[in-house]
Design a protein around this ligand. Structure first.
Ligand code: GZL
Length: 335
């Protein structure tokens, strides 16, 4: 091949290589934009980074469905992370969202404490944060725009008040065992508080054992087995959610006792499986905790993104159910 020809072949090779590198770098930049998702997407859509506690219960599953369906309906681009009930995974996800420059960060904090540093990072990056479902104990209320969720103390109180009414004629001690949610979680702390304050009205009502069951069926079953082995006389179970109550049913039945009769069972949430157990007479009372926070969350995200003022705390409407009320409500339950 002549020298000139070799030269031109070489130049062509350089040109091809250079253009490949150029395309590659644009693509890479494009990918990081897509992956990074800086701010609103190209078509002006709001981008939300959401960190979810996990998938530990029927309530959580329903909550995740509500958030994903509502984001799609609201035209909000949702980046979603399941933290598997680990705070370090939530902090990592929030940091990723900050790096990706999302428009809004929303999350359900698995525990109340330990958020100030990462929330300050979001604030310094100019990204507003919305708390949903569970809250944080940060003293600095400017670290988040608002909290959307339930009054867990009230849920515990309603459960306790129902029991006080049921046992007002009891002549002797009424032994209560308590299945708590995961240690440090706002619903665990607050439901315990509300329930304990309510039952103080009747000195016969005594909590003889109280342990975390982590809001899971497996946890509820395991801890209830221990309670039954250690306590010959258990009159009442208060479980911080339906799923732990449903797990406890297996342990109670295996111990030869009749749930709902030998042991009165009170839970919180009112998810479908819990309402079915209530209607079937295995549970005795449920305080509702609605997981359907998605629509309100997306409305709040749009308002916050637009710089509108929002209330510092927005509580969801909830009720309670007896066995008869569960039978009536079941056919229309959304979750
Ligand atoms: C309550 C929520 C709790 C539910 C549990 O808002 O955080 O976590 O009561 C869930 O079922 O696991």
């Amino acid at each position: 091949m002549g020298k000139m020809r070799t030269q031109s072949v070489r130049w062509r090779a350089v040109a091809v290589l250079a253009s490949a590198l150029l395309v590659g770098s644009v693509a890479a930049c494009g990918n990081s934009d897509t992956g990074g998702g800086g701010g609103s997407t190209d078509d002006g859509k709001i981008t939300m980074g959401f960190s979810q506690v996990g998938a530990e219960s029927g309530w959580r599953t329903a909550n995740t469905t509500s958030i994903k369906e509502s984001a799609a309906a609201a035209g909000i681009e949702l980046k979603f992370d399941d933290a598997q009930q680990k705070q370090e995974n939530q902090i990592k996800a929030i940091r990723n969202y900050i790096q990706q420059k999302v428009d809004v960060i929303a999350f359900s904090p698995v525990v109340e404490s330990g958020w100030d540093t990462v929330l300050k990072e979001a604030k310094d990056a100019g990204i507003p944060v919305i708390l949903t479902d569970r809250s944080v104990d940060s003293a600095d209320k400017t670290l988040y725009k608002t909290f959307l969720g339930s009054d867990f103390v009230k849920e515990g109180r309603l459960a306790g008040e129902w029991l006080v009414e049921q046992k007002k004629t009891a002549s002797g001690p009424v032994n209560i065992v308590e299945l708590q949610g995961n240690t440090g979680a706002a619903p665990a702390n607050d439901r315990k508080k509300g329930f304990g304050e309510a039952i103080a009205a009747n000195p016969n009502l005594k909590i003889i054992a109280s342990q975390p069951g982590d809001f899971t069926r497996a946890g509820g079953k395991q801890v209830m087995e221990q309670f039954l082995k250690a306590n010959p006389k258990i009159d009442v179970l208060f479980a911080h959610n339906d799923d732990m109550g449903l797990g406890a049913l297996e342990a109670i039945t295996a111990a030869g006792k009749v749930p709902g009769k030998d042991i009165t069972i009170i839970t919180v949430d009112a998810v479908k499986d819990g309402m079915q157990a209530l209607a079937d007479g295995k549970f005795n009372f449920i305080a509702e905790c609605s997981p359907l926070l998605g629509p309100q969350l997306m409305d709040l995200a749009k308002k916050v993104h637009a710089g509108e003022e929002v209330p510092p705390r927005i509580e969801t409407e909830e009720t309670t159910f007896t066995q008869e009320q569960a039978k009536e409500a079941l056919p229309n339950r959304k979750y």
